[in-house]
Design a protein around this ligand. Structure first.
Ligand code: ADP
Ligand code: ZN
Length: 219
């Protein structure tokens, strides 16, 4: 039985960046539903074509499609032995119910749900200044203000070109925050009631400093 961690929080709170640090240190496997969907779009698969417009608008993908992806991933052997971090799932109350079923079926347990809270003004500026590595296998995250790569526009980790995600425009970022408030924030009460919720504040400091706050929260 493996430990499953969930990172919950508004877009731009740092789920991806802190998730990378957490997984590098603990060896648990990073499963980001946003990344799985972007991989499908890059492959131009059937799912990729279906979700493209919704993602560009900042809307959510249907619970069934995302839950099926997660269920397939959690059944794989590497996760059974190492555990995983779910970054971006669940995002609605029905998805949280689906997750409990998936965990029971795949014989895994929910270790903790970490709520990463952050100040609203910081979120918009972080999202619009975010740049990501165009190499799907790398996926490193940078920020033109606070985490500049050594060479402008080039990934420090693998040398590929850095790009802006299509849903990181200001208008889509604002819409994603509305969607978070309406559809995802109810999970805070849900996981408080189940006793799984722990909280941390993501501040405008270097990722490593926020990571220390994460470790304190999960300790
Ligand atoms: P962020 O947390 O920065 O908004 P993600 O990479 O987690 O970004 O997600 C990007 C997009 O992928 C979301 O705006 C949504 O359209 C889709 N998506 C990701 N995870 C889910 C999910 N669990 N349920 C529905 N849609 C999702
Ligand atoms: Zn890279």
């Amino acid at each position: 039985m493996a430990d499953i961690y969930v990172f919950l929080g508004p877009p731009g709170a740092g789920k991806g960046t802190l998730g990378d640090l957490f997984c590098a240190e603990t060896g648990v496997i990073h499963v980001s539903t946003g990344q799985l969907l972007r991989d499908e779009m890059a492959k131009q698969s059937e799912i990729g074509k279906q979700v493209k417009d919704l993602i560009a608008k900042g809307e959510l993908i249907s619970d069934d499609v995302v839950a099926a992806m997660v269920s397939n991933r959690l059944a794989q052997k590497d996760i059974q032995s190492k555990g995983c971090l779910l970054d971006g799932f669940p995002r609605t109350t029905p998805q949280a119910d689906m997750l409990s079923r998936i965990l029971a079926e795949t014989n895994n347990r929910l270790a903790a749900v970490l709520l990463i809270e952050a100040d609203r003004d910081m979120l918009i500026s972080r999202l619009t200044s975010r740049r990501v590595c165009s190499n799907q296998a790398c996926g490193a995250i940078f920020n033109v203000n606070t985490q500049r790569p050594a060479k402008d526009g080039v990934c420090d980790r693998c040398g590929s070109k850095l790009v802006q995600r299509s849903d990181d425009s200001e208008s889509t970022a604002i819409e994603r925050l509305h969607v978070y408030d309406a559809q995802t924030a109810p999970l805070i009460a849900y996981y408080t009631a189940s006793g799984h919720l722990v909280r941390m504040q993501s501040r405008d400091v270097a990722p490593n400093e926020n990571y220390q706050a994460l470790k304190t929260a999960l300790a």
